[in-house]
Design a protein around this ligand. Sequence first.
Ligand SMILES: [Zn+2]
Length: 289
Amino acid sequence: MSKLVIFADLLTAFIKKQTLLTLFFHQPLKPYFNDMFATYELKQIAEKIVPKKYLRVAGMQVLRATSFLYKGNAVTCPCCGHSFASFASYGYVKRPNVLCRHCLSLERHRSLWLYFHQKTNLFKDKLRVLHFAPEHQLQEKFKNAPNLDYISADLDMPTAMIQMDITNITFPDNAFDVIICNHVLEHVPDDHLAMSELYRVLKPGGWAILQTPMSNKAETEEDLTITDPKERERRFGQDDHVRTYGMDKKDRLESVGFKVDLDKFLYELPAATIAQYRLMLEDIWIVRK
Ligand SMILES: [Zn+2]
């Protein structure tokens, strides 16, 4: 592991050296930096070489070190409170102006942050929270929230606090007031079992947020016999997805006992807020027991 740490340090040093070059050349290198360190393609290549948690630290350092080039108030990140002339671009299909240059939040992180504050008791009441596949921007805030008894879990994410299979949750029934589980179910072959487990460990009266990529079709498109990553990418949008949910996701969640609410919170925000925070309009899938 120490070799990896040294490598990460070297990478960071390299990046900082590049930052000095940017300072020297300024404008000509600006687009290069915007793409070089914020794009999905480079992230994927780099992830093969450097463990994610070091890469994230290095990536964050780069974005922060170069953020003075993007001084301004055109966009604001509600997660960290920083404003810029623009966010960085990001995504497999590149989305311009979406990645926070300070905390690396994306549209969906900022949306949930606003939702939690404005529409839930998450930062008000004493709550026991289970967070699957923890988004690091949110995890750090939750860990530091004095009212939360917080635990994060994932099958193989190194930044999660415990390793756990969502289809075999190692907690007793009715253990959590809140479960946050975003962009997970589309990866899980037996999503019925995963949903049943989430329902089992949620307390009566508790709530969970279960966001996934959605199509606008009525029925979920899924084929568990497809295992070729390229074919999965073609059919379901990402090489490790096993389905794309349609609106029958609601029926699936109700079949295990959840009361399902598609909250239109984001659609009700003023256009100026959507633009300032760079949010993407989608339903918030909040379920209750
Ligand atoms: Zn931020």
